[in-house]
Design a protein around this ligand. Structure first.
Ligand code: ADP
Length: 259
């Protein structure tokens, strides 16, 4: 009858509403638990360099109170500096997340040489690479001029090279940069732990870390931020990897990005 039909329609509408509500509720709970998990990870990640910095400062104070070997002093100064930089990068990443989500990550474009920037980043990371005895091979077409945001590209390269070092198991790392018909291409290749094809699809996501690699630490923000930067510069970033054999991250950029 007409009544039955109306009832059935209303019932169906209510049921859909209930299912939607259940889904929204589940999604909200997942978002809350992701947020809580992230806060825990972030707190832990920030505390590690902070503790190292505090210890370094204590040692510095103790060493400088007694006349001794000045090289020991400079060793502890370098330690504090390194940990301070690490803290700065973590805080910077956290600030970038809110800048990106609120659509405020302005690019400051200038004419520059990409190969020179790769050399600069490699030189800055030299001491850390040496510490883990990680050989670095640079294959750079030089010069490689273009118009990009220098400090943002520095951030992308630092992240990719830092990851290659972190997940590279001390094996050789190769960074190459060359001109392409469309613009330029930079590749960072390591021979480390590699990434499963399932994880390759996730790692550019926000807060995403490969499930099996939790013990390496990290906020899981570097690649997400790198992808936002490269996209804003009109380019692409992608990964090729075989688990257990290494990974290769490729950044392709047009040379002259318009304001
Ligand atoms: P983080 O390194 O801080 O966790 P990233 O966003 O830089 O965050 O990387 C996300 C995840 O991608 C890492 O947690 C790691 O599992 C994986 N990953 C990134 N680079 C490499 C690499 N070179 N080799 C293996 N795994 C990598």
């Amino acid at each position: 009858t007409e009544d039955d039909f109306t009832f059935a329609k209303e019932y169906a509408a209510h049921a859909t509403y209930a299912i939607d509500n259940a889904r929204l509720y589940r999604e909200a709970r997942e978002a809350i638990s992701l947020r809580d998990e992230f806060l825990g990870i972030a707190g832990h990640e920030l505390r590690t360099p902070l503790t190292a910095l505090q210890l370094g400062l204590q040692r510095l104070i103790r060493e400088s109170a007694t006349p001794g070997d000045p090289t020991r002093l400079s060793k502890w100064v370098a330690t504090c500096q390194r940990q301070g930089e690490r803290l700065g990068r973590l805080v910077g990443d956290l600030l970038d997340v809110s800048r990106i989500t609120s659509g405020r990550l302005p690019m400051v474009l200038e004419e520059m040489d990409l190969s020179a920037l790769v050399e600069e980043v490699a030189a800055r990371m030299g001491p850390e690479l040496e510490k883990v005895r990680c050989p670095l091979v640079l294959k750079l077409q030089s010069p490689l001029p273009g118009r990009w945001d220098r400090s943002r590209l520095d951030q992308v390269l630092t992240n990719l090279l830092g990851n290659a070092m972190k997940y590279g198991q001390g094996r050789s790392i190769e960074v190459s940069a060359m001109a392409t018909p469309e613009g330029v291409c930079v590749r960072v290749r390591d021979e480390g732990i590699g990434i499963s094809s399932e994880d390759q699809a996730r790692i550019f996501g926000r807060f995403e870390r490969a499930v099996s690699e939790r013990h390496y630490g990290g906020l899981g923000l570097g690649l997400w931020i790198s992808r936002q930067i490269v996209t804003q510069l009109g380019g692409h970033i992608r990964v090729e990897s075989t688990q257990g054999q290494g990974s290769s991250f490729t950044v392709e950029l047009p040379r002259w990005v318009e304001d």
